[in-house]
Design a protein around this ligand. Structure first.
Ligand SMILES: [Zn+2]
Length: 210
């Protein structure tokens, strides 16, 4: 019995530390209402240690914030830089000056959260596959072929660099519900599909904030 109690205590302590780090990271992310989120970021023209340091800081905030992606815009920096990590086992990657080379005709709807829109998530339809070109922090060319969640996260972040939010892409009713929640400091999730057991109205813990 006493062993069990000790293990529980340890787990709770770790969880509390992670939550504290998450809060600290999220406090540095620009939230809905700040006009910077509606602004288009400019291309990066200087590559070097400063850019690398900026990217390291973005990766740390994304990880501590338990996000799957982060755009420089979300830290109030209007430069075309994004980081993403579309799964716990994938490497965090930075992409500078990203451009779509190709988007699939096939599109899918999935629920998305955003680190800049606390406690709300909405259904967003996006192309399932994407080919995106850009450069790394040294200015060397990169081409990414992405599918599924990775393609979705990249599109979400490039939207941020163009001043576009999931609010702009969600169905009208969900946009209204989310805006109300953001105004009132509540939470919003899309209505659960018919026959599903998921609760409606209250916010489910998002797994894909970006
Ligand atoms: Zn976002």
């Amino acid at each position: 019995m006493s062993d069990k109690v000790e293990i529980d205590t340890g787990e709770h302590r770790i969880e509390a530390e992670l939550l504290e780090r998450r809060e600290a990271a999220l406090a540095r992310v620009v939230k809905f209402g700040d006009p910077v989120l509606k602004s288009r970021a400019s291309a990066v023209t200087e590559f070097g240690p400063e850019l690398r340091a900026e990217v390291e800081r973005m990766i740390q905030i994304m990880r501590d914030g338990m996000g799957v992606g982060l755009a420089a815009t979300q830290l109030g920096i209007l430069r075309r830089v994004l980081v993403f990590q579309a799964g716990p086992d994938s490497e965090p990657t930075a992409l500078v000056n990203p451009e779509f080379e190709w988007l699939s005709g096939e599109a899918v709807v999935a629920e998305e959260g955003c680190l800049s829109l606390p406690r709300v998530s909405m259904d967003v339809e996006r192309p399932l596959h994407a080919r995106i070109a850009g450069v790394d922090t040294a200015g060397e060319g990169i081409v990414l072929e992405a599918s599924g969640l990775e393609a979705r996260v990249l599109q979400h972040e490039i939207d941020h660099l163009d001043g576009v939010l999931i609010l702009d892409r969600a169905p009208r009713e969900q946009r209204k519900g989310a805006l109300r929640a953001l105004r009132e400091g509540g939470g919003y999730s899309p209505p659960a599909e018919e026959g599903s057991e998921e609760p409606t109205g209250e916010h489910r813990e998002p797994r894909t904030d970006a």
